[in-house]
Design a binder for this molecule. Structure first.
Ligand SMILES: [Mg+2]
Length: 265
């Protein structure tokens, strides 16, 4: 027993100089592993498919209802996010899993450069229907402006309407979409917003507090149900940032601890 204890001390002692980097590496791998269930669901569940169809059907009903009662002097529009709203980037997440890596702007850019993300269920039908009803389709995305050409190429190759710079508002200075939404509202009467993140509707939801923003949703439920269509994204989003106390800057080890602590028993 003593020998084992001594051996343990020696092993731990010897490992100490490398332990920080090793544990960080292990923490990153563990985070990547935890992504796998979400990507499997997103890519393979028929439930995901119907969720998207249902959300876009709801968007159509909302839009039609608002059009029927539209008294605005401005032309009508719908505002959609791009990633995990109209384009499916889950293959990028699968590539991360293969490599044991987590998100970096560099690997993300490599993925969007390929411009091969596929249209999500219901997105194409909805945007084409909006156009057919005289409703302008506008995309507000936090892809960076140096991804404009490839984003438009991708939207075009998937047959999305309005795949042109004037209808695609990317992240030039800030991920806060408020200013871009306000810009759109100067010209258009926005009937519906669609996204996989509550901040695709309002920046209010970027700082969620201890209850992860659930009370904010309850308090604003009528407004959300009347103006915003929510798509499911279990892979990433502001919900994850809330678990990290709104700080992605913490180490992977602390992220893992906070994820574990956030589980309800
Ligand atoms: Mg998105």
């Amino acid at each position: 027993m003593k020998y084992i204890a001594l051996l343990s001390v020696l092993i731990i002692g010897c490992a100490t100089p490398k332990s920080t980097s090793t544990s960080e590496f292990n923490a990153q791998l563990e985070l990547t592993k935890q992504l796998e269930g979400a990507v499997l669901w997103y890519q393979n569940s028929a439930e995901m498919r119907l969720s998207y169809y249902q959300a876009y059907q709801y968007a159509r009903l909302l839009m039609d209802d608002k059009l029927a009662n539209d008294k605005s002097t401005k032309p009508p529009a719908v505002v959609l996010d791009i990633d995990e709203t109209v384009l499916d980037n889950s293959p990028y997440e699968a590539i991360l899993i293969d490599k044991g890596e987590t998100f970096t702007p560099k690997t993300w850019k490599e993925w969007t450069d390929e411009a091969r993300a596929e249209a999500l269920p219901g997105a194409l039908e909805f945007t084409k229907y909006a156009k057919s009803r005289g409703v302008e389709v506008i995309y507000i995305s936090n892809r960076m402006t140096n991804e404009m050409a490839t984003t438009i190429a991708n939207l075009k190759s998937e047959q999305f309407p309005n795949a042109e710079e004037q209808y695609v508002l990317l992240n030039a200075t800030t991920s806060d979409k408020t200013e871009r939404r306000n810009k759109v509202m100067e010209t258009y009467n926005v009937l519906v917003y669609i996204g996989d993140n509550l901040t695709d509707f309002s920046e209010t939801y970027s700082n969620r507090g201890l209850d992860m923003g659930k009370k904010m949703v309850d308090d604003n439920l009528n407004q959300l149900l009347n103006s915003f269509v929510m798509l499911p994204n279990p892979m990433y989003g502001e919900w994850e940032k809330a678990i990290y106390d709104n700080n992605y800057g913490i180490s992977d080890e602390i992220k893992l601890q906070k994820r574990k602590a956030a589980l309800k028993r």
